[in-house]
Design a protein around this ligand. Structure first.
Ligand SMILES: [Zn+2]
Ligand SMILES: [Zn+2]
Length: 174
């Protein structure tokens, strides 16, 4: 069996060609050898998931930040600027299943220390959820945890553009 060479399709002329490579990866900007137009490489599902998470977490923190652009960590109470260096969007449950990953009720602002160093600071997160979201939400999230499956590009693109618009909207008002 011979390995199949992966080709990409030019959106302009429709012809397929072998993409230029650099090192171990494929060069991002490709030029079609037939019509010389620039061909945008499609982001793969895992890259798309990462970029969608980046937008979602931005939205989450912005939507919960005060008028000075500060967020409060739900598990230790520290107040820091909403940017990625200071504040993270921390999942309540360990699960990153399809049902949980982009579920706003299960994600809240957490400082770097609580989210990373303390592994989510779960001992404090649970009582906070119970007080602020209630047992019903916790039960709903525990059930969503079992909703698994693979993401499709279309689903991720839809979430991505939805939250990108929300981020742009919030940023335009501050
Ligand atoms: Zn072309
Ligand atoms: Zn904290």
């Amino acid at each position: 069996m011979t390995a199949r060479v992966k080709t990409i399709r030019c959106q302009e002329c429709g012809k397929r060609f072998v993409p230029k490579r650099a090192g171990r990866g494929v060069v991002k900007e490709q030029i079609c050898p037939y019509c010389s137009s620039r061909v945008a490489r499609r982001e793969g599902v895992s890259a798309l998931k990462r970029s969608t998470w980046a937008v979602f977490s931005q939205w989450l923190k912005l939507s919960k930040s005060d008028h000075e652009g500060y967020c409060t960590c739900v598990t230790c109470g520290i107040r820091l600027p909403w940017d990625d260096r200071n504040m993270h969007a921390g999942h309540f449950l360990q699960s990153r299943s399809k049902g949980i990953l982009f579920e706003p009720d299960g994600v809240n602002p957490q400082c770097h220390r609580c989210n990373v160093v303390l592994g989510g600071n779960k001992d404090e997160y649970w009582p906070w959820m119970l007080r602020n979201r209630g047992q019903e939400t916790i039960d709903r999230l525990l059930a969503l945890k079992w909703k698994s499956g693979q993401w499709t590009r279309e689903e991720l693109l839809a979430i991505n553009s939805d939250y990108s618009a929300r981020v742009a909207d919030i940023l335009s008002r501050i």
